[in-house]
Design a protein around this ligand. Structure first.
Ligand code: ZN
Ligand code: ZN
Length: 926
């Protein structure tokens, strides 16, 4: 039998099948166009979106799942709406994370990367990547992401590495990369500099140690006086080179020009004057350790002081630390404090809460430390990146992130791009041991470019991972090798259309892509050879910052709290479609999502409902075939319309479909995934399944005597609407809709996938408002009758007459559709009356009164009780509406349609209240 769907909806079976099919068939591949299609080429305007590359070490978490669901919905929607959609996947080599992962493996094997040596270690990481690096993208494949797998990249790929090297060399040649000694955040565990953004600060209850530094006389001998300083890191005093005071601090005027003796080290150090010193903090005297504090470093530069670095790469005290050399920094701290105390130089210890920076990767306390690093001189790049956003060439949603962006960009520092790691892009610079100059080159040099010496060695540092990921928007389209033969991708897909990402990488990644994109793309001429403007140099036109997924209690998910939800587990339980729909139904700009499994269960039921509707439909396809009725497949695939003389439900469901399509398109345009999903849900579950399917059963007469033309018309509309609704739902529930869509075409679909068909678009003519109004009346009547039957205890199977009192103008609607009312509300006859018969229990609505004629005496006290409750409810509603309509502030701010709606509601409630009061008055008193 055709259309034979299994009885039960089993997401796992259908999802595995289609996920594999989509990848195997390369359905979402977007080949390089022959000619640029910048605007309206034959294949539609491009819609390009870059996957924020997950770390190659990563596993999919809820944040990814939300991010990817949002991207997939938009990409599928744009693709179905006629855009040439390209979603590009890839992974990031993630310097620190990956190196740590492999180092841990080595530790368990009893060896280290140092024992292995650099080359063997890097080979070992590649091997790790070959085995495990595809895991997170495999998860994506299973979740059905509609990406172009043929374009998958890895940030260490050869092509992308060429781009990294070119970018470095160009910036160096432009004097925008320099090498210098600066204070960096040093992680003694990872033994590398890390960026400001990779340091997490925790409040820490520590101490403020007050130390007395003896003041020396002109003869170099102790005067017996002390200058007391305060510090949170006493071990750094080993590297002190001065003590600074404010020049106008009256307490210390007599110390101007004096020298001090640095305790424990017996070093003479000067008292220096600097207005930066705060007179109110601590004692007003500050020790100066340029090699271990960024402020002190600046002080040191101003006063031409030396820098003494007292720690090695592992955080141990080095030879500069005198007798403390070799000690761990915290062991040294204890020893130093004890020694000071023994010498009577410890003035006091105070409790002190301060913010301590930890390495984001390994949680080790970070040591501010002087080291020689490579920097990008950021200002010319930052200026262009600010202009791009200020001139609205890039738009942020939610808009507030634009402000966050400027706050950071306006205070940006030079970017330390070197990392002391082995895994990453090695800096293409060679040091000459003959002339001590640096050679930076695109091709590995054999000789120094300055003196010709062959005694050159390559820099051991690698580049910050974000240097390569910041280049992705240009490098994935072939930059820097863009020439006449190789520019189709760049011309067609750059700038990309949209970036969807989390706020946590706004600075790490988004800002850097803007800086590097605007800088390098500007040098690529437009397809017609003209210079590229800033507007066309940006890496993307829009940025959508998605929210956080929290647990059901709105708590942030964390391993320590144990409330992390694994998306793969939930998918196993409920299916990908239900999880995607859950996320979509709550996703809107700037609103965090409280993920509740109960909701997912509800959306699985939704999928199940659609499945059952399809089964009902296909059962009828077969019955129709028996009497020679078949729907021509060419009638499917577009937006259905209804003839003017078609039955109300046909005109109505077609109008609803158009209206739903219009709302969904509008909502997705402004990233209201929630509105889009909820609109489709209401349509499919409510309008289509609960109402339309029940009504249409009236028309599906497959008997010998049936009016075949009528049955066929009804049947055609039914299948047309269902098919279109599947397309509407497809970006949200791609698996279920793919399965059912293929079944609709009975194995002969017009395309390889529903994803390659057209997304429903509303046409104004089909938005039949009259049909919608009439249907609302009929539905209203059915709902009231159902409620009445329940209230007065009509037996479920009993069929009863009803009395309807309404304006003569509405008689026609109810009469013409009496068959619907009869079927859906178990009514035997609709009687129009001037007055509802006395003694019948009735419901009032603003447009009609209705009563169910049922042999039963009214329970007067219960009826009185009900009416009293209704009156109280209406009074309350009315008071609230009046209060709101009397609120000037509200009226000034609320959109006019909201105010109009409220006024209408107020009038209706007032009418209901009057009717209920009248009914109460007519009840017999006892
Ligand atoms: Zn670390
Ligand atoms: Zn040289």
């Amino acid at each position: 039998m055709p259309h034979d769907l299994p009885k039960a909806y089993d997401p796992t079976a259908i999802e595995d099948h289609w996920a594999e099919y989509w990848v195997r068939e390369n359905l979402f591949a977007q080949p390089t166009p022959d000619t640029p299609i910048q605007n309206q080429g034959p294949g539609g305007e491009p819609f390009t979106i870059l996957l924020p590359p997950p770390n190659v070490t990563g596993r999919l978490h809820m944040g990814h799942m939300l991010n990817q669901t949002e991207m997939d919905i938009l990409t599928r929607w744009r693709r179905m709406s006629g855009r040439r959609a390209l979603w590009l996947p890839g992974t990031d080599h993630a310097g620190i994370a990956t190196q740590m992962m492999v180092e841990r493996q080595l530790t368990s094997e009893g060896t280290t990367r140092q024992k292995l040596g650099r080359e063997a270690f890097v080979e070992r990481v590649w091997e790790w990547r070959r085995h495990y690096g595809g895991a997170i993208l495999d998860q994506m494949k299973r979740l059905g992401a509609s990406v172009d797998w043929q374009r998958e990249y890895f940030t260490m790929d050869e092509g992308l590495s060429v781009a990294v090297r070119e970018a470095f060399v160009r910036l160096y040649d432009q004097d925008l990369i320099y090498r210098g000694a600066y204070i960096v955040n040093w992680c003694p565990r990872c033994q590398t500099a890390i960026s400001d953004l990779e340091v997490v600060y925790d409040e820490h209850k520590g101490h403020l140690w007050e130390i007395r530094y003896p003041v020396l006389g002109a003869d170099g001998m102790d005067t017996g006086e002390f200058l007391t300083i305060a510090t949170t890191r006493p071990e750094t005093m080993l590297g002190d080179v001065a003590v600074a005071i404010h020049p106008e601090d009256e307490r210390y005027l007599h110390l101007h020009g004096k020298k001090l003796r640095l305790p424990l080290m017996n070093r003479e150090i000067p008292v220096i004057l600097d207005e930066w010193v705060s007179r109110d903090f601590g004692t007003g005297a500050v020790k100066v350790t340029p090699a271990h504090d960024p402020n002190d470093f600046a002080l040191g530069e101003r006063h031409h002081l030396p820098s003494i670095n007292v720690m090695d790469d592992t955080g141990n005290i080095n030879a500069e630390g005198g007798s403390y050399a070799g000690l761990d920094r915290y062991v040294a701290r204890k020893r130093i404090v004890a020694d000071l105390e023994a010498q009577g130089l410890l003035a006091g210890i105070k409790d002190h809460t301060n913010n301590v920076g930890h390495c984001d990767r390994c949680k080790t306390v970070v040591e501010p430390r002087l080291s020689t690093q490579w920097f990008v001189k950021i200002e010319p790049l930052a200026q262009r990146a600010r202009d791009a956003v200020r001139q609205k060439h890039i738009r942020f949603t939610p808009e507030m992130y634009e402000k966050t962006y400027f706050e950071w960009m306006d205070n940006i520092h030079d970017w330390c791009i070197s990392r002391q790691l082995w895994w990453g892009h090695r800096i293409p610079a060679w040091h000459c041991s003959t002339c001590h100059k640096i050679t930076v080159a695109r091709v590995d040099p054999t000789r120094c470019a300055h003196c010709g010496s062959d005694k050159i060695t390559q820099e051991t540092d690698v580049l910050d991972t974000w240097f390569s990921s910041g280049l992705l928007p240009v490098s994935v389209f072939g930059w820097p090798n863009i020439n006449a033969q190789n520019r189709g991708d760049f011309d067609s897909f750059y700038p990309t259309s949209l970036l969807v990402t989390g706020f946590d990488i706004l600075f790490f990644w988004v800002a850097r892509m803007i800086m590097l994109g605007c800088w390098f793309a500007a040098d690529v001429p437009m397809p017609d050879g003209s210079p590229r403007s800033l507007a066309d140099s940006v890496p993307f036109r829009e940025v959508y910052i998605h929210a956080l997924v929290r647990d059901a209690n709105r708590e942030k998910m964390s391993k320590t709290k144990g409330n992390v939800i694994d998306p793969i587990e939930i998918v196993k339980q409920y299916g990908t479609d239900a999880v995607r729909f859950t996320l979509a139904s709550m996703a809107s700009p700037g609103t965090d999502i409280a993920f509740n499994v109960a909701r997912t269960e509800g959306y699985r039921a939704f999928a199940n409902k659609i499945w059952n509707a399809a089964r009902f439909l296909f059962m009828n396809v077969d019955r129709a075939a028996e009497i020679g009725i078949a729907v021509d497949p060419s009638a499917l695939g577009s937006m259905p319309t209804a003839a003017a003389d078609a039955p109300l439900e046909a005109r109505w469901i077609v109008a609803e479909l158009h209206s739903t399509a219009a709302k969904v398109n509008q909502s997705l345009e402004i990233y209201r995934y929630d509105d889009a999903a909820n609109t489709i849900y209401q349509f499919f579950w409510g309008s289509f399944c609960d109402w339309y399917l029940e009504i249409v059963k009236l028309r599906l007469d497959f008997s010998e005597t049936a009016d075949k033309a009528q049955t066929k018309a009804a049947f055609t509309t039914l299948i047309q609407v269902f098919e279109a609704a599947l397309r509407l739902l497809s970006p949200f529930m791609p698996f279920l809709t793919e399965e059912l869509w293929h079944a609709v075409y009975d194995g002969n679909p017009p395309a390889k996938s529903i994803a390659l068909t057209h997304f429903p678009q509303a046409t104004g003519a089909a938005l039949n408002q009259a049909a919608m109004d009439q249907m609302a009346l009929v539905q209203g009547l059915i709902v009231e009758v159902r409620a009445l039957r329940k209230e007065i205890g009509v037996e479920e199977k009993a069929v009863t007459p009803i009395e309807v009192r309404t304006g003569a103008d509405l008689h026609g609607v109810f009469q013409q559709n009496s068959a619907i009312v009869e079927r859906l509300a178990r009514v035997s006859e609709v009687r129009f009356v001037q007055e509802i018969s006395a003694g019948l229990s009735k419901h009032h609505t603003p447009t009609f009164d209705v009563a169910v004629v049922y042999e039963r005496t009214i329970d007067v006290p219960a009826e009185r009780d009900r009416l009293t409750k209704d009156i109280a409810k209406y009074e309350k509603g009315l008071a609230a509406a009046e209060r709101q309509l009397g609120n000037e502030g509200f009226l000034a701010k609320a959109p006019s349609h909201v105010v109009e709606g409220l006024k209408k509601q107020e009038a209706e409630t007032r009418l209901l209240l009057e009717k209920a009061r009248a009914a109460l008055a007519t009840l017999p008193t006892q």
